[in-house]
Ligand binder design. Structure first.
Ligand code: ASP
Length: 358
């Protein structure tokens, strides 16, 4: 009797023929099916400001001309990284406690199941491009610190001072106000009559600045790529690495399912492998929106017995291979948003606050 060949059977049968030939033939089979999807190609980012929109247009131009998801993601991420006004990513990012800008970034290519990342990279404006080269041109996944810088230098990336005046002033204010027991700040006899310096009034809230960008794209072949890039948690300890360059934490891409990215308090994202979990949930049939919410709930469940009042500030984004998107944040008064660019144009997609009022 003839057995119907389901997609899964087809996959296994192909695997039986030749392990070496397994991946590419089966992937192109999936790709043909995806081409019919009206939402594709598509590019998204967690950034929704003017720079985020410009990044989407830059990435979209590549996708619209038949370019790859990898190239579109890199182009879009670079637009955000080089913007000096953006204090959360790349050039102009807020520094660590010593006033040094240390950048983290990761890249994944779903077509080839490749990943690359850099952590604690100094003096290079576009860490996502270095991460892409680690992915494409080395047999490693993660380079850190001086090694990452050496690698970037080898490829001709110019070294530049990444600390803008704006970021330096925010850092100085943090430094001066962090403690009354150190010697930063105005002399003691003037403290009672001190006035806030005028440029500091622009930065009223300096406690903990989060901010990162996730860029995820699906090209005309249905291939998926993603990048997460950040200057990390502001005023972090020297050498601290967040979730952004950790594959499975700040970013995960699976060509057969979709992709996910995280921003927010990286420590929780690392412990929960949040991006991997979101992709796993989508593989199990959850929508991208549900997957984002599932991951937030999973983190909170872990703390139920430890500290039920702990709701770390996270924002997750996800896209499945059909171009459906999702976005959720842990807390906050306003719905989280993400930028989405398809052939229908640019939209700002609104997500869900999982634990409003917390
Ligand atoms: N996730 C980043 C980190 O922990 C920071 C952020 O997204 O704001 O380094």
């Amino acid at each position: 009797m003839k057995q119907a060949i389901s997609r899964r059977n087809f996959f296994y049968k192909t695997a039986g023929v030749s392990a070496g030939a397994l991946i590419l033939p089966s992937l192109s089979g999936f790709a043909t099916q995806r081409k019919t999807d009206a939402n594709l190609p598509l590019i998204i980012t967690s950034h929704t400001n003017e720079t985020g929109q410009r990044a989407m247009e830059a990435g979209w131009e590549i996708l619209n001309n038949g370019g790859s998801a990898v190239d579109a993601v890199e182009k879009a991420a670079n637009v955000i990284e080089v913007d000096p006004e953006d204090t959360s990513v790349g050039y102009g990012g807020l520094p660590n406690e010593r006033g040094v800008v240390q950048l983290d970034a990761s890249f994944m290519d779903g077509r080839t199941y490749s990943a690359g990342a850099v952590a604690c990279l100094e003096n290079i404006k576009t860490p996502s491009s270095v991460a892409k080269l680690v992915m494409q041109r080395t047999d490693h996944v993660l380079l850190v610190g001086k090694g990452a810088l050496e690698y970037a230098r080898a490829w001709g990336f110019p070294e530049e001072n990444l600390l803008t005046d704006k970021a330096r002033k925010i850092w100085l204010r943090w430094k001066e106000e962090m403690s009354s027991d150190d010697d930063w700040g105005i002399p003691e006899h003037l403290q009672k009559i001190r006035k806030m310096e005028s440029y500091w009034q622009d930065f009223p809230d300096i406690e903990h600045h989060y901010g990162t960008t996730n860029v995820l794209a699906i090209d005309k072949n249905g291939d998926i790529a993603g990048c997460t890039t950040t200057s990390g948690l502001s005023f972090k300890l020297n050498g601290r690495v967040g979730d952004s360059p950790i594959i499975g934490a700040g970013l995960y891409v699976d060509n057969e399912t979709g992709a996910a990215g995280a921003t927010g308090r990286g420590e929780e994202v690392i412990k929960s492998c949040a991006s991997f979990y979101m992709v796993l949930r989508m593989k199990e049939g959850r929508t991208p929106q549900q997957a984002c919410e599932d991951a937030l709930r999973m983190i909170i469940d872990r703390y139920k017995k430890v500290n039920p009042e702990f709701f770390p500030g996270e924002k997750f984004v996800a896209v499945n291979k059909y171009g459906e998107v999702g976005c959720a944040s842990m807390t906050g008064k306003r719905s989280p948003q993400m930028s989405v660019r398809t052939r229908k144009g640019y939209i700002r997609h609104e997500g869900i606050v999982a634990y409003p009022g917390k």
